[in-house]
Ligand binder design. Structure first.
Ligand code: ADP
Length: 198
């Protein structure tokens, strides 16, 4: 689509101004990993801790987003890419608005995650790999989806009938088979402190 006549409007209040007002940096914490690895559980628990400290936060969750802005997308390679492109755009608006975004998406392809990282400048994108063997995720199966995927009722299911490409150099790895939830939450808070968010 041609956008030759679309021109950016100059803003009076920018991200730095909002960060200053909020007293904290905004950014995107990206949780990637298999379904049921613990991304949403950890993201929501971290948010609760940050909220208590007066942070402006928001959780973007794969399942919820697929009911709304991305309800017209499926799980083909192309749709997964478009799913994440839209999430990246939405996240950029939130980050520009001064919010610390916690995004929980399987995001199985390295290329798609790299695309998102590139949209953000410098240190306001942090990749967190929520690592858990598929066998353990299947045991948890909180929504019964692995069972359906094994039975062939759900097609293209990550870890069963579609690939998951592990991050090579994430900012943090949380091994949720071994790490209790509280330890994962503490590790994320420590990472934020290390990177100048707290
Ligand atoms: P995802 O967002 O990765 O699909 P969810 O957070 O929705 O995963 O589900 C993970 C499930 O695993 C939850 O039911 C959670 O209570 C459970 N769980 C068990 N042990 C852990 C752990 N150590 N860390 C995070 N979640 C855990």
């Amino acid at each position: 689509m041609k956008k030759n006549h679309v021109v950016w409007h100059k803003v009076n209040v920018n991200r730095q101004d909002r960060n200053h007002l909020n007293n904290h940096k905004s950014g995107l914490l990206w949780f990637t990993g298999l379904s049921a690895s613990g991304k949403s559980t950890i993201a929501h628990s971290v948010e609760k801790q940050l909220f208590k400290r007066g942070f402006r936060t928001y959780v973007l969750d794969g399942d919820n987003v697929r009911h709304g802005i991305n309800s017209n997308l499926g799980f083909s390679r192309e749709d997964r890419k478009e799913n994440l492109r839209r999430i990246a755009e939405v996240s950029m608006l939130f980050v520009d608005a001064g919010i610390l975004v916690l995004a929980a998406f399987i995001s199985p392809y390295k290329a798609d995650r790299e695309y998102i990282r590139k949209q953000f400048e410098g240190d306001n994108f942090l990749e967190i790999y929520v690592k858990c063997p598929v066998e353990e995720c299947e045991k948890r199966d909180p929504k019964g989806q692995y069972k359906k995927a094994r039975a062939g009722i759900i097609k293209n299911y990550t870890g069963v009938s579609a690939p998951y490409e592990e991050p090579e150099n994430p900012d943090l790895i949380l091994d949720t088979e071994k790490k209790p939830l509280k330890e994962s939450v503490d590790a994320v808070i420590d990472l934020l402190a290390e990177r100048g968010y707290l």
